[in-house]
Design a protein around this ligand. Sequence first.
Ligand code: NAP
Length: 491
Amino acid sequence: VRELGLLEHASEGQVLNYIGGEFVPAQAGRWLEDLDPARNRRIASIPRSESSDVDDAANAASEARRGAWGQSGVGERADLLEAVADKIEARLDDFARLESLDTGKPFALARSVDIPRAVANFRFFAGAVRHQSTGCHSMANALNYTVRKPVGTFGLITPWNLPLYLLSWKTAPALAMGNCVVAKPSELTPLTASALAEVFSEIGAPAGCFNLVHGLGAEVGQAIVEHEDITGISFTGGTETGKRVAATAAPMFKKLSLELGGKNPSIVFADCDLEKTVEGVVRAAFANQGQVCLCGSRILVERSIYDQFSAAFVERVRELRPGDPQQGDTNFGALISLGHRDKVEGYAKLAAEEGGEILCGGKRPELSGDLAEGAFFEPTVVAGLAPSSRCSTEEIFGPVVTLHPFDTEAEALEIANGVRYGLAASVWTNDLTRAHRVSEAIESGMVWVNTWLLRDLRVPFGGMKDSGVGREGGRHSLEFFSETRNICIQL
Ligand code: NAP
C-alpha cells in the first residue's frame, strides 16, 4: 500500500483509525497485519484497537450530534452523500485496487461491481432522503402527523466479502437520517473503509459524523455492540456472530438489523432456457469465488434435464480459472485467507467422505511464482450427495456447490426449504404461473426468477429463519436508521 501510494494518510504503510475527524493510531499502540490473500504477503498494518478507542469514537459521535451535524437538514446531508459519491468515483481505480489487494477478488470485478455499487449507494440514499415523506392521519377532531428523527449513533459492523459495498450500504442511509456512525470493517479487509475515511476528511464532513475503528471482532466489534452511547447496530456477517451480537444488544433495546448467512437454492426446471440458465446459475454459484451471501450453492435440477444440465454446467465452470486478481483478464481470484481456503478444502474432502462425486475442482490450483503462496481453490462441483448431507446444508461460503436432481415441484420445495437458512433463491423456468407459485413457497427473503443478483436499491433486502432479522434497502433503510414518531394534535 505504501509503494502504491493509494492511501494518503498511510504513507508509512500504517493505516489509521478515523475518530472525530482525525487519523489516529490505537491508544495502546498495537497493530495487526493486513495481508494480500493472493500472495500471502503483508500489505499494511492496521490498529488493533480496544474498547477505549471505541469510547473515543462514541464520544466524538455524541459531540457531533450536539454540534452542527445534529442541526443539519436533509438537503445538507444529501449534498454530503453526493460529494462522497463523486470523490469515490473520481478515485475508482484506486478504490478498486485497494479492494482487490485486500480481498483477492479480481480487480476487474471490484472496478465494475463493488466500487460502482458503493458510489450508487451514496447517490441513491441522497435521492431517497430528499424525496422521503411521512404520514398524516386526520381524525374528526384531531390531526396525527409522523416525523422521523435520528436514532443517535449507529455501530456498523461489516464482513470481508464485499467490504465497501456493504459499508456504504449502511453508512449512506445512517447519515442521510442524521445519525452518526462508528464503523468497524472486518480486520481482513480494512483498506477501502480507510479510503472512505479519507474522502470524508477531504470533503470537510463535520468531525465525528463518520468514525472508523479498526480491529478484531471480539475486541472492537464487541465493544461497539456493548457501548451504551451506541444506540443502534447494523450487523452483516455470519449467523453465529449474529447470535452473539443479538444476545448483547437485545437487553439494551438497541435498534438492531442482522444480515446473516445463507445456503441458497438455485432451482432449475426442465422448461427453462438452458443456455441462459447455465450461464446464470454459474454466475450465482461462483461470483466472488462463491463468497457472496446470496450465492446459489445448492443447485436443484429437474431430473429430465439433470444430465444435460450438469454436463453443460461443469463445462462452463471449467472456464473459470484461478489467477492473479491484479490482471485484467482474471475471472476467478483468491479466497479471503489461507484459513478460509483450508475450511473450504475441508468441505471438498467431506463431500467425498459423504459419498459425493467431485465433477470438477476439489483441489488447490497449481499457480506459479508468489501466487503459489496464495489462498486459491478451484471452483468445485459435487454431485450425488443427499440434500440433508452436511455439505448440502452448511454454509461453505466458498467455491463448492452441490447438484441435486428432483422429480416434482413439491420435492424441489422440500429440498429448498430443508435448511436453517432463508436468505435468497433463484428459480429458472419459462412457466410464469409456476414461477409465481414456487417463488411464494420458498422460505427466503428474496427470490430471483430467471436471473440472480439483479438489484433495485429500493426493494427490501434481508433474510428470514437463521439468515437474519429486519430488512434494509430503500425506505426500509430510512425507517431502520430513524425513530418514527407520531404527534397527535387535538383541533
Ligand atoms: P463474521 O465472522 O461473522 O464477521 C462479521 C463482522 O463481525 C466482522 O467485522 C467481524 O470482525 C465482526 N465480529 C466478529 N465477532 C464479533 C463480535 N463478538 N461482536 C461484534 N462483531 C464481531 O463474518 P465474516 O466471516 O466476516 O463474513 C462472512 C459471513 O457474512 C457469511 O456467513 C456470509 O453469509 C455473511 N454475509 C451476509 C450478508 C447478508 O447480507 N445477509 C452479506 C455478506 C456476508 P472480524 O472480521 O475482525 O472478526
